[in-house]
Design a binder for this molecule. Structure first.
Ligand code: PRX
Length: 636
């Protein structure tokens, strides 16, 4: 039991050493003592990164919702599990107790069953940040269905691609979604998406915005009456440790999103253990993560991590700017939030607004602040520390990924000191290493390299849905016997890690992971476009913004100027969603290419960033003359 709570730097050192020196014993004891199992495992870990094959707690049986819900009914039935804060501050917030959540999850589970959902089936959840989103996630888990939550800001095409990739037959959605003073017609987007998804047999609709919707007879159902009629009891489906719990899509360096598959047992252990310690959650605390459940942060640190620990987790439906830019701080004051977890892009946005919007709220309940999704720059870190934390709240800069399932490198309040812009030290059981370009491990400190992990951890994704080969190629082929993160990192002379950013074709915009390939594919669909290359340039608020170099089939089309740029951005919105729109578009007559035809993004990146004195070797280019033309266009 003792290893579950890390309370001092001595604890950290001792437990970390145990976890890497005797990992199987360590995880065996931790998992055995802190979770409810239907059956104990036969072996703690079987792994082979070459195949790759990773199995934790093989032979064990469990249901994660028994750990999130049932076991808390003994002592915490009347404790608030979820606080729902609506988009509009005039609407009342809702406190859902563990007992009530348990019943609501069971009802939802029974509705899913009545629509034929069985263990192993995939269910697509396309809902706004309302309680039904968390409830349907848990309902799937209860009956052993694999949930695939799609962020409700994605376009119809992005949605249908994801529904089809893992062959979902059921979709959960709402009539609409409130976003500040706007309403997004989610059901309409689903209707469009489903034209390409003939296998979907049922659509269950939550009424949230009361907007008029079309209900397809025999396929679409308003969920409320079904929930009212359903029983509030639903037995758990007993799951094997390695049965998939969920699929969650993330971008990669090809146009096809990767459906990362997470396991039942390992994910449970990892998300629970990290939540408890990295946020130093204490029993009466109110914890708030501002992410959307459509991303991994919401899966692990709004739903599973907190509920596994019997915590109170706040879900916010709205946006930080509505009705004004003080909304986050108003919520912190209203609900006396103790742990607050957000993204650097939100911090930078709010730091630009009047400080009065912060200072008029009482933030004295705050104990811990968190950051996730991209490197946090020093200025934003300091603003957060001084104005929100009042210099008394440790900031945990948590580095991790959709693929890792839970936090991998982070400071721990009062255990591992924070350092601005540094994620600092690996969490228990995590063995990060830096690799050089020749595939050798960099052993010294004060060095930079590619960040890899050399030993399995329980919450790591096990495969990519339907494409194990791609899983192997993406994560296990760059470096021998190691998981490659795709990130670069610096390690200082004390061994602290500072994540420097992606080293592949993924750009993090406002904390969202965007692959260049799907955006380029979308642009190339325009009938006037010949070719495109997207790069990221630093942006004050978004971290990075997207800069597109586009060549046209006929140079004269460039005279269409702004209207063509608008059409291109509309295409991107349609294919992916508004988050992937380009801030800057430059029409050029060619792209710099190597003799093998590969676009030299390095050069394009430097030009966009006005670093033309240092373009590096351009002699290997097939078309070196294009570089001057691009420079003169971009830099006038
Ligand atoms: O580049 C890293 C960046 O976000 C990537 C993972 O994105 P995603 O799978 O969408 O998950 C985001 C939430 C966990 C990483 O490869 N990233 C995430 N957290 C940090 C970060 N970069 C620097 N510092 C962080 N704290």
């Amino acid at each position: 039991m003792s290893n579950y709570n890390i309370n001092s730097s001595e604890d950290y050192k001792r437990i970390y050493d145990e976890s890497v020196n005797h990992p199987e014993k360590f995880w065996n004891d931790l998992a055995k003592d802190n979770f409810k199992w239907q059956k104990h495992w036969d072996s703690v870990l079987n792994w082979d990164f070459k195949k790759p094959e990773i199995r934790w707690f093989e032979g064990a049986q469990l249901n994660i919702t028994e750990n999130c819900l049932d076991r808390h009914l003994i002592n915490k039935a009347q404790k608030t599990a979820i606080i729902f804060e609506p988009n509009n501050p005039k609407e009342k917030s809702e406190h859902i107790t563990y007992e009530s959540l348990f019943h609501r999850v069971n009802k939802m589970a029974n509705v899913l069953k009545s629509k034929g959902v069985k263990k192993g089936d995939r269910v697509c959840i396309y809902l706004p940040m309302i309680p039904e989103l968390a409830i349907s996630v848990l309902a799937c888990a209860r009956i052993g269905a694999v949930h695939s939550v799609v962020f409700a800001g994605f376009s119809a095409i992005a949605l249908s691609t994801r529904i089809n990739d893992c062959n979902c037959k059921i979709v959960l959605t709402s009539d609409g979604s409130f976003r500040g003073n706007k309403i997004l017609d989610l059901k309409k987007i689903v209707d469009t998406a489903l034209k390409d998804c003939p296998q979907v047999s049922s659509v269950l609709v939550v009424e949230r915005t009361k907007t008029k919707i079309h209900l397809e007879k025999g396929r679409d159902y308003l969920i409320e009456s079904l929930l009212n009629e359903a029983s509030q009891d639903c037995p758990i489906e007993v799951m094997d440790s390695e049965d998939p719990l969920f699929v969650l899509y993330t971008s990669g360096s090809t146009g096809k999103p990767k459906g990362m598959v997470h396991s039942s047992a390992g994910y449970m252990v990892g998300s629970a253990y990290t939540f408890k310690n990295i946020f130093q959650y204490k029993d009466e605390d109110i914890y708030w993560c501002t992410a959307d459940i459509g991303w991994i942060t919401g899966h692990s640190y709004i739903v599973y991590g907190p509920l596994l620990n019997g915590a109170t987790t706040l879900m916010f439906e709205g946006v930080p700017s509505y009705p004004d830019y003080g909304r986050f701080w108003e919520i912190v004051e209203k609900h006396k939030v103790n742990q607050f977890y957000t993204a650097p892009t939100a911090i930078r946005t709010l730091a630009k607004e009047s400080i009065d919007l912060v200072n008029k709220h009482d933030l004295s309940s705050l104990k811990v602040l968190g950051s996730v999704g991209e490197p946090i720059n020093e200025e934003a870190w300091k603003w957060y520390n001084i104005n929100i934390g009042k210099n008394k709240c440790p900031i945990v800069d948590t580095w991790w990924q959709t693929e890792t399932g839970s936090i991998m490198i982070s400071s721990i309040p009062n255990v591992i000191e924070s350092k601005p812009t540094y994620a600092t030290l690996p969490f228990i059981g995590i063995q990060p290493v830096l690799m050089d370009e020749n595939g050798n491990e960099i052993l010294e400190n004060d060095a930079e390299g590619r960040l890899c992990i050399k030993y399995p951890w329980p919450s790591m994704a096990r495969t990519i849905w339907g494409d194990h080969k791609r899983y192997k190629e993406t994560y296990f082929s760059s470096f021998d016997n190691k998981y490659f993160t795709g990130d670069g990192s610096y390690r200082d002379n004390k061994g602290l890690f500072r994540i420097t950013g992606r080293v592949d074709d993924v750009i993090i915009v406002s904390g969202h992971n965007l692959g260049t390939a799907p955006i380029e594919d979308a642009i190339n669909e325009h009938n006037l476009v010949a070719e495109s290359a997207i790069i990221g340039v630093p942006h004050d608020i978004k971290g990075n913004s997207l800069f597109g170099y586009i060549t046209l089939k006929e140079a004269s089309s460039a005279s269409l100027g702004e209207s063509l740029k608008k059409e291109i951005n509309q295409l991107i919105s349609k294919q992916i969603g508004p988050i992937a729109k380009l801030d800057h578009i430059e029409f050029v007559s060619g792209l710099p290419k190597t003799r093998s035809g590969k676009i030299m993004r390095r050069i394009l990146r430097k030009i966009a960033n006005n670093e033309i004195d240092n373009l590096g070797d351009t002699s290997t280019l097939l078309n070196p003359e294009i570089v001057d033309e691009i420079i003169s266009k971009v830099l006038h």
